[in-house]
Design a protein around this ligand. Sequence first.
Ligand code: TXA
Ligand code: MG
Length: 355
Amino acid sequence: MDTRLIQIRKNVETLSAEEEESLKQAGEVIKRGGLVAFPTETVYGLGGDALNPESARKIYAAKGRPSDNPLIIHISNIEDMERITQEIPEEAACLAAAFWPGPMTMILRKSGEVPHETTGGLDTVAVRMPSDQVARKLITYSGGYVAAPSANLSGKPSPTAVKYVMEDMMGRIDVIIDGGEGRIGLESTIVDMTVMPPRILRPGYITKEMLEKALGEKVDIDVTIMRDDSGQAPKAPGMKYRHYAPKGILTLVEGEPEAVIIYINKQAGLDKEAGEKVGVIGTSEQLMAYRADVVKSVGSRLDEESIAHRLYAVLREFDDEGVTRIYSESFDREGLGQAIMNRLLKAAGHRVVTL
Ligand code: TXA
Ligand code: MG
């Protein structure tokens, strides 16, 4: 399949007539049952018509993803939520008003309009209204309901820049829209609104504290988010699959900065003697202290958003460098750190050294 690449400058206030026309055409592609990768403020999505079962099948095929893993339906107006859901609890309306458009996905009971192919056989549906303007225009031109998982091949980190989408999806889908890098870099927060209190199934940029403040009531967190073997099946089916794991064996090291540096340097020395190629994921504050084959900054400890933004790119870069052992600093498990640690723990298969 020939994949067409469309370039859009980020500021849609100044979309040229040509760019507007390209987005319209990309919308037509989705309406006709085709697939279009597009930027969002979190990661790139792989979009198809959410109300067309054939489109869902195509998405699973393009990603190489099991078809019981449900898709998020992206909308461009809050009111559009009504057609695809049964009832909208007051709490859901409250969170939509507080955080949409933005990096939050809500699980609600689905209406008959949503095919089971899109929801992986579930009677609930995941809904999100992204803040990225290019995404919203595309959704509107596509008829209003775009099912989109992250635009990576199954088993790879979600793509935070168009070059990664091209690596994974060239030749597999109809169109790729280049709209620059996502501001956030980690996938949206998923909140299950079919239970009370609402429950976070996947942590993200919108934190538990932010949700609780908006609702004025307690929000739960699925126990499987930070634990390896809780004996409970996660409620977001996607979280049960063996997630992205880097090609090198990744270990997280938790402790005081000095101790972490000493441990990692010692371990890196031993690994090197054993013939391994060693990589380190560090923060800019302590990067100079590491001795290893490849040392990469994931951002600044003083700015967790910088870490969220760069994490997936760093993991992809390590795969390309052919390192066989990777050590990473750890982060706070509160606030945005919870989302960062959730993704790192998965990538590390929960291999953590606590000093
Ligand atoms: O930021 C994001 O959410 C990105 C961008 C493209 O919007 N999308 C994304 O989609 O991360 P995906 O498919 O990679 O992850 C969707 C997650 C999966 O873990 C899936 O199991 C869960 O959402 N999910 C979808 N529908 C669900 C439902 N009805 N009940 C529980 N979990 C659901
Ligand atoms: Mg994904």
